[in-house]
Write a protein that binds this ligand. Structure first.
Ligand code: ZN
Length: 253
């Protein structure tokens, strides 16, 4: 595992999270590393992962080096492994998703801004439907915070195809933009502070778990945590003595 990897920068963290977004719960560490490497492998191309904005982000690095960075992301609680049958899949942790959600909403906004400048006709808005609700509401919030009336036609087109709850937010945003509502940036400032906090990550720590059987506390070390995670085990519930005792009783019976 990548314990030697130095601290990753905010750009690195967000790039790895962006790539992970393409394969969440559907691909493992190797596939994630291949997106970042810019691999031309059949599977990567068949899944159109070469269209991801961070495809080839680490094109000059060796695959194993990229894997180390991914392991660092797992160790520092940005990504996690979840087993789908026997296959270990990459998933977001809460912290990882909080960051990725924010960047993803920015990406959508940057896209609208570009389309608007290029004078492109309004696209089929179905691409925004059925996405993570929190991320979509954040995106609408960010549109509102631009105070830019030129986004109203996009919002109107989107409103036609959305679900009721999202529609209510879209309508409110249209009204706010239309009426030149003063922009309230307090929410944005708070979000940014929380985002910066999340980006710090936290070093892996030993856990002190209370034993279900005897009530004593025992140490579940960082090293043990890694092994458990790799094998897809959940955290231990009993201390070593109690586990041993249970095993002996089991053998005796
Ligand atoms: Zn015990």
């Amino acid at each position: 595992m990548g314990s030697n990897t130095e601290y990753l920068s905010k750009n690195d963290i967000s790039a790895i999270l962006r790539a992970a977004d393409e394969i969440i719960a559907e691909g493992g560490r190797t596939l994630l590393a291949k997106i970042l490497k810019g691999s031309r492998e059949k599977k990567v191309l068949a899944l159109e992962l070469d269209a991801c904005p961070v495809y080839g982000y680490y094109k000059s690095e060796k695959l194993e080096k990229i894997m180390e960075k991914i392991d660092w992301m797992i160790d520092y609680d940005f990504l996690d492994i979840q087993y789908s049958g026997k296959l270990p899949m990459i998933v977001f942790t809460d912290r990882g998703w909080e960051i990725e959600r924010d960047f993803r909403a920015d990406e959508f906004l940057a896209e609208w801004s570009r389309w608007q400048k290029e004078g492109r006709p309004i696209p089929d808005m179905n691409y925004l439907k059925d996405r993570d609700r929190k991320m979509i509401l954040l995106f609408i919030r960010k549109v509102r915070e631009t105070g830019d009336k030129r986004y109203i036609p996009y919002l109107e087109a989107w409103n036609k195809i959305e679900y009721k709850k999202v529609q209510a937010e879209i309508k409110e945003t249209i009204n706010a933009l239309d009426s030149d509502e003063p922009i309230d940036l307090n929410g944005a400032l708070k979000r940014n502070a929380s985002l910066q906090e999340a980006l710090k990550g936290s070093a892996p720590q030993d856990l002190f778990i209370k034993c279900w059987e005897c009530g004593n506390r025992f140490t579940f070390t960082v090293g043990e945590q890694k092994i458990y995670k790799q094998k897809g085990f959940s955290d231990p519930k009993r201390c070593e003595e109690c586990r041993l005792e249970q095993k002996l009783i089991g053998e005796y019976l």
